[in-house]
Design a protein around this ligand. Structure first.
Ligand SMILES: Nc1ncnc2c1ncn2[C@@H]1O[C@H](COP(=O)(O)OP(=O)(O)OP(=O)(O)O)[C@@H](O)[C@H]1O
Ligand SMILES: [Mg+2]
Length: 328
């Protein structure tokens, strides 16, 4: 692979903790452990593409200098989720001493929430037994899937989606390094699309740049979404009693275009949350039901039925709104 073709998400991965954008509190805590061997086991958790792996790698580079590769062992729990993996692979790596003058090495276990409960129980023992030579950094999206004894053995570092301004900073930094001419409105489109996922931001940027230029016209934002205005229009129809039209939009606009339903429900939530058309009681009710909508779709229920049913609930809430309800 030539440098030009390199994957930007790798090429522009932060190599120092100071280059990690956002996540200030988490990064500051990690900085303290660069020269301090009292580092505990860590649990980095939060949404995909927010810098968990990138921060751990940057941390290892700062802590171990040229020896970082030997002292940061990266494993992925989702490759093999059972107890044997922990008893064999993970244990044998945890037993090894650090390379060079260091007291301990780091074992980074990605997707630790995909381990079975038995495997987690075995992991807990390995963490205890070999903590002198190995500190674990567990990484996951859903920490509640980890058993309590694992959670309580780790210092949690929650990673959050990046703010729009942070994504913008990341994109413009890369555009400048890559010497790309860009329209600010095009950067804004990507920021809006990725909703705080830095990895997706960098990937979208790379596929959108053509011949050293980024313009709004060439943004190849891949499918899986509808624009915010469509979602807004559907909600508005539903709240204004035009249910047939709202249901029609589900068939013609939403179902054919959305593949990422988590993103869709997120947009729906934001639009309702910030709507000034709706009284507060309706907004609260509508938002309270979005969790069920998302979970049902994620668990495999038919999105058509789920969204239609949700829209009916919205309309009912609108008409059942407390008479003379005031936001004051
Ligand atoms: N906070 C950040 N600052 C700068 N770049 C970032 C940040 N977060 C992510 N990136 C970019 O996105 C890429 C992917 O991020 P990373 O692998 O750290 O995500 P992650 O949080 O570990 O996601 P997952 O949960 O999928 O493992 C990085 O290589 C980097 O290019
Ligand atoms: Mg990761």
């Amino acid at each position: 692979m030539t440098v030009e073709q390199a994957v930007w998400a790798e090429k522009h991965r932060p190599s120092k903790l100071n280059e990690v954008i956002g996540q200030k509190e988490q990064v500051n805590r990690m900085k303290r452990w660069v020269n301090d061997d009292t580092m505990p086991h860590l649990l980095l958790h939060g949404p995909a593409g927010t810098g968990k792996t990138a921060s751990a790698v940057a941390f290892a580079k700062e802590k171990y200098g040229d020896d970082w590769r030997q002292n940061l062992i990266q494993m992925n729990a989702s490759d093999d989720r059972g107890i044997e993996t922990v008893r064999e692979d993970i244990k044998s790596k945890a037993m090894q001493s650090a390379s060079g003058k260091y007291q301990f090495k780091i074992l980074y276990l990605d997707e630790s929430d995909s381990l079975t409960k038995d495997a987690q129980a075995a992991l807990r023992r390995v963490m205890e037994q070999y903590s002198d030579q190995t500190r674990f950094i567990l990484s996951c999206n859903y920490p509640s899937k980890l058993i309590d004894p694992i959670q309580s053995r780790c210092t949690p570092l929650p990673f959050r989606r990046l703010d729009d301004s942070e994504i913008e900073e990341l994109l413009t930094r890369i555009l400048e390094k890559e010497d790309v001419e860009y329209e600010e409105s095009a950067v804004g489109k990507i920021v809006e699309y990725v909703q705080g996922d830095a990895r997706r931001a960098v990937q979208t940027l790379q596929t959108s740049v053509e011949d050293g230029e980024l313009t709004e016209n060439i943004i190849q934002v891949v499918g899986g979404q509808v624009d915010d205005e469509t979602v807004e229009e559907m909600i508005s129809k539903c709240f204004n009693g035009q249910m047939d039209e709202a249901h029609e939009m589900v068939v013609t606009e939403i179902l054919p275009n959305v593949t990422d339903y988590s993103r869709f429900t997120n947009t729906l939530m934001k639009k309702i949350q910030y709507s000034d058309e709706l009284p507060r009681d309706v907004r609260f009710y509508a938002i309270s039901q979005i969790g069920d909508l998302e979970r049902n779709i994620m668990e495999g229920c038919n999105p058509h039925t789920q969204i239609n049913s949700y829209l009916c609930q919205l309309q009912n809430a609108r008409y059942a709104s407390i008479p003379n309800y005031s936001d004051e």
